[in-house]
Design a protein around this ligand. Structure first.
Ligand SMILES: CC(C)(COP(=O)(O)OP(=O)(O)OC[C@H]1O[C@@H](n2cnc3c(N)ncnc32)[C@H](O)[C@@H]1OP(=O)(O)O)[C@@H](O)C(=O)NCCC(=O)NCCS
Length: 172
């Protein structure tokens, strides 16, 4: 079935909220686990409303079902307003089918339309599929938070990755 990418509106918020929880529960390499994200729905909604001018989400839909999302958060202060921090997630059942690529491409298009200069993200050094995907789309590793996360397998690094849109970043 085809994947459609659409910008999330307020009425999508409840389903998006539960999708994010499902993805947290399924993902191995994220900092928080599903059980640790305990903020109530009303709090999450209020936070999203307060930050609505600088937070935008796109959804991946298959036959109307939400299977992935990407959230873009632009900097709060003037000097970092042209920087967009991104968080992306796809249901485990739908990974490896190009949905993450589509979401990242749409996010980049949106950032370019708004004259943004830089996109950035954090990723565990053990999240090999994700790192390869970001590199394929022109993101470069910029630094490491050494042994920042503790897992059952030991400490892992978190890698900062970034892509410059205005000069030399290369379009997706
Ligand atoms: C990272 C993530 C968003 C990628 O989404 P996706 O829809 O699988 O992405 P794509 O299919 O476009 O690309 C994934 C790449 O991994 C490869 N891959 C192969 N098997 C895979 C699998 N089981 N799961 C994920 N990726 C797989 C794909 O072939 C593709 O390779 P390529 O970049 O060489 O073409 C998704 O794996 C995910 O949500 N993971 C859990 C949450 C997470 O880690 N988010 C990122 C935090 S920084």
């Amino acid at each position: 079935m085809d994947i459609e990418v659409a910008q999330a509106g307020w009425r999508d918020f409840p389903v998006l909220w539960s999708l994010q929880k499902k993805i947290l529960r399924e993902a191995e390499h994220l900092v928080a686990t599903g059980e640790e994200r305990k903020e109530p729905f009303a709090y999450a909604l209020a936070k999203a409303f307060l930050h609505r001018k600088r937070v935008h989400t796109f959804l991946a839909l298959e036959g109307g079902e939400m299977v992935g999302y990407i959230t873009l958060v632009s900097g709060k202060f003037k000097k970092i307003r042209d920087t967009v921090y991104i968080v992306v997630g796809v249901r485990a059942s739908h990974r490896g089918r190009g949905i993450g690529t589509k979401l990242l491409a749409r996010a980049e298009e949106f950032a370019r339309e708004r004259g943004m200069h830089r996109m950035e993200l954090e990723v565990s050094d053990k999240n090999e599929y994700a790192i390869r995907l970001y590199e394929r789309l022109g993101y470069a590793a910029e630094g490491r938070r050494r042994e920042a996360t503790k897992t059952s397998g030991g400490y892992n690094d978190i890698i900062w990755m970034g892509k410059l849109l205005s000069n030399g970043g290369g379009r997706v």
